[in-house]
Design a protein around this ligand. Structure first.
Ligand code: FAD
Length: 317
């Protein structure tokens, strides 16, 4: 089932969904699946699984030479999707990224997803390599999410990269990322917005936002989208504040502002356990206001631990 179909079927009732991150290579997958098991109480119709590009690692040889090897620290997105569908009977939404892939490799991966019975993909450019700091496309790969959207749409129409004949079409529902507080590389909000609009024109069926802690940013973003004629569902991405350190780490990594009231409340805490509770209470208030506004789905970034997401869900559903 497509994400957009679930939203239509819910007819205005807010849905609950989550995003998970593959474990570091070598860790037990059951730990991750067990950690989200309690959240199934809220019947997420779909679960997103992130995709991570390779990082260049320096390997020091005994003769003193250094070899740069591309290593994926969190592999397994496609396999995790299969396990999710089997264990929880949910739809898996794999993230598909431009970075590190040629178009041909992407086409093959999309076939893997199609054969697994996956109906949804979240199409992204992908983060830059940490060592480089700026995004570079692989030779023969896409530079922007909108280019990858066009490839997926092509497959949905039975058009493959190097085949003359019409193929059996795929039927992917396509989600894309949106940034209520602007993507960090865009020179200004208007420019970034123009590119978001291009993604929807290229064929995106819905938008998932970057996390935000101030609902006003989301409301402003949605209103701007609607004014520009973007009519697709806009799913708010949410993450509860969990530690004092995140007050500086999250704004740095995700380029967002922390509301002063939240910062003040967290700074008054003596332990991170107390900060976690502040995060839960803030999350509950945020969600209640978002539901009032009429959001289609509350989508949570679990980032490995989900006890706080569970508390928030219990507080709002
Ligand atoms: P794009 O939409 O391609 O935009 C990238 C930048 O280029 C923006 O500044 C935009 O304004 C600009 N731009 C867009 N099109 C053009 C154009 N034609 N010409 C010039 N400039 C243009 N990263 C991962 O690696 N793996 C994940 O699983 C993952 N999941 C995510 C999930 C969500 C919900 C979100 C919000 C982000 C996620 N990310 C993930 C991070 C994402 O990959 C980064 O934020 C990345 O830097 C941008 O991706 P994008 O798809 O928004 O890029």
């Amino acid at each position: 089932t497509k994400v957009t179909e679930y939203i239509q079927q819910a007819a205005g009732k807010p849905l609950f969904s989550i995003e998970i991150i593959p474990p570091l290579k070598g860790q037990n997958i059951n730990q991750l699946l067990d950690s989200i098991d309690p959240l199934m109480e809220f019947k997420p119709p779909f679960v997103d699984v992130t995709y991570h590009r390779e990082e260049l690692i320096d390997k020091h040889n005994s003769d003193g030479s250094v070899l740069r090897i591309p290593i994926r620290k969190r592999p397994g997105t496609v396999g995790i999707c299969a396990r999710l569908m089997e264990r929880f009977r949910v739809d898996a939404v794999p993230h598909v990224i431009c970075g590190g892939f040629t178009r041909e490799e992407t086409e093959d991966m999309l076939f893997d997803l199609h054969y697994l019975g996956i109906d949804n993909v979240l199409v992204l450019r992908g983060d830059p390599e940490k060592s480089a700091g700026v995004f570079t496309a692989k030779k023969g790969g896409h530079a922007y999410a909108s280019d990858l959207i066009r490839q997926v749409c092509g497959m949905n129409q039975g058009v493959l990269l190097h085949e003359e004949t019409q193929a059996s079409p795929t039927n992917f529902c396509i989600g894309v990322a949106g940034y209520p507080e602007k993507h960090f590389e865009a020179t200004d909000y208007d420019t970034d917005f123009g590119y978001l609009k291009k993604k929807v024109e290229a064929g995106a069926d819905y938008i998932v936002t970057q996390m935000f802690f101030d609902n006003q940013r989301y409301f402003k973003f949605v209103e701007r989208c609607r004014a520009e004629g973007i009519t697709v569902p806009i799913i708010p991405g949410l993450k509860p504040l969990a530690t004092k350190k995140q007050l500086t780490v999250l704004p740095r990594i995700f380029h967002l502002d922390m509301p002063e009231d939240l910062v003040r409340a967290a700074e008054q805490c003596e332990t991170d356990q107390q900060v976690r509770q502040v995060g839960v209470e803030w999350g509950i208030q945020q969600c209640r206001e978002l539901i009032e506004y009429g959001i289609p789905v509350l989508h949570f970034y679990t980032m490995g631990k989900s006890d706080n997401v569970l508390q928030i869900a219990r507080g709002v559903f």
